[in-house]
Design a protein around this ligand. Structure first.
Ligand SMILES: NC(=O)c1ccc[n+]([C@@H]2O[C@H](COP(=O)([O-])OP(=O)(O)OC[C@H]3O[C@@H](n4cnc5c(N)ncnc54)[C@H](O)[C@@H]3O)[C@@H](O)[C@H]2O)c1
Length: 347
């Protein structure tokens, strides 16, 4: 039996408590939130779960094996470090931390203490993303030419982080999971329409050495909700619409081919292929449930989670680089932190 505590019962925390409490072999032992009204909600829904406004109470409870932190990003480092120093396994919400240095320190602490640290990049545990991963791995899609994502709606304005940290983070983790390649540079533009608040819309382009290009359009001020990703391979193309109730993924046997045959030099050199479309069957298990089971299995067997510290750190580095580029109106920023300006590196 694994006992779990949860810190933060705002918007996302309730999803964690619900999923953990439905897992067999797991007990939600306690929930901490600074806001007593949120704790009243826990008491009503889960009368057996103890509540506290002091997260330290969960750290001091020797029966608790693991703690999930679902508080604002600005608190992730401090709370995450306190959890690890208390000797408990850590479930940390995305993005892992505000800075990559903080993420690195958490990773080192978890490693030193042999504790499991999972970063909740939830999309990686969806049936849809797992299926796309399988299709890419099997070679069905062919070489990936592009990834183009639209993630817009009349979104919850966050006070501590920009739309990049809130929404583009999902694309950064999905790309990390799907591709065997890391981006080398990023260019981002974005703006805040309300002075003194974080950027509420951004257009981000990631560049890869292979020629693959990825783009995401993230926006909290759109009149309609769109959650759509296009993946263009040279064999097949995938459309992933996360708002579709059943057929979330459609695979199109469409593409183009060029000929460099000198005999055809005066003819049309591009050929179009328009074949069938199919919608593969997906595992409909709720992602947080699958992720919760995976977390428990990692604790029990000492395994490294799929969404581990390394992925968490890479995603935070991308957020940092994209934010730096956005602050410079789209100047190309190398992922290692240096600028590329007019083809030259600028420190
Ligand atoms: N994985 C996902 O898809 C997903 C989706 C939404 C949010 N999130 C992440 O979850 C985290 C929380 O987001 P949210 O939208 O629920 O925020 P929120 O502001 O709605 O809730 C945060 C809660 O944490 C509490 N809190 C803050 N500091 C605390 C402390 N020191 N001790 C105890 N409680 C404290 C607040 O009182 C609040 O109730 C963020 O990191 C966010 O990025 C992840």
């Amino acid at each position: 039996m694994i006992n779990i505590g949860v810190i933060g019962y705002g918007y996302w925390g309730p999803n964690l408590v619900r999923n953990f409490s439905e897992l067999s072999g797991v007990t939600v032992a306690g929930v901490a939130d600074l806001n007593p009204k949120r704790l009243d909600m826990v008491q009503k829904r889960y009368p057996g779960v103890s509540t506290t406004t002091q997260f330290q109470d969960l750290l001091a409870d020797p029966s608790i094996d693991a703690i999930a932190v679902a508080t604002p990003v600005s608190t992730h480092f401090e709370l995450g470090m306190a959890v690890l120093k208390a000797g408990k396994h850590l479930w940390l919400e995305k993005p892992m931390t505000e800075t990559s240095l903080q993420a690195q320190k958490l990773a080192e602490e978890a490693e030193k203490r042999k504790l499991v640290l999972i970063v909740d990049h939830t999309f990686i545990y969806t049936g849809a993303v797992r299926k796309i991963g399988e299709l890419i791995k099997s070679g069905d899609i062919g070489r990936i030419n592009y990834y183009d994502s639209t993630r817009i709606n009349l979104g919850l304005f966050q006070h501590d982080v920009s739309v990049i940290s809130d929404l583009a983070v999902h694309d950064f983790s999905i790309l990390d999971y799907l591709l065997g390649e890391q981006p080398v540079a990023v260019s981002a533009v974005g703006t805040n329409h309300f002075p003194g608040t974080p950027e509420n819309m951004a257009f981000i382009t990631l560049f890869y050495n292979s020629g693959m290009i990825a783009h995401t359009n993230v926006n909290w001020m759109a009149p309609v909700k769109v959650r759509q990703i296009l993946i263009g391979g040279n064999q097949k193309m995938v459309v992933y619409d996360d708002l579709e109730p059943s057929e979330k993924i459609k695979v199109y046997d469409k593409g183009i081919s060029f000929t460099d045959d000198p005999q055809q030099i005066y003819e049309m050199r591009v050929g179009y292929r328009t074949g069938d479309m199919w919608a593969p069957q997906l595992d409909s298990t709720e992602a947080l449930r699958a992720e919760g089971e995976h977390f428990i299995e990692c604790i029990e067997n000492g395994n490294t989670p799929l969404t581990n510290c390394s992925m968490g750190i890479r995603v935070v580095r991308l957020i940092e680089a994209a934010t730096r580029s956005m602050n410079e109106r789209g100047r190309s920023v190398e992922i290692n932190g240096t600028y590329i300006h007019q083809g030259r590196r600028v420190a």
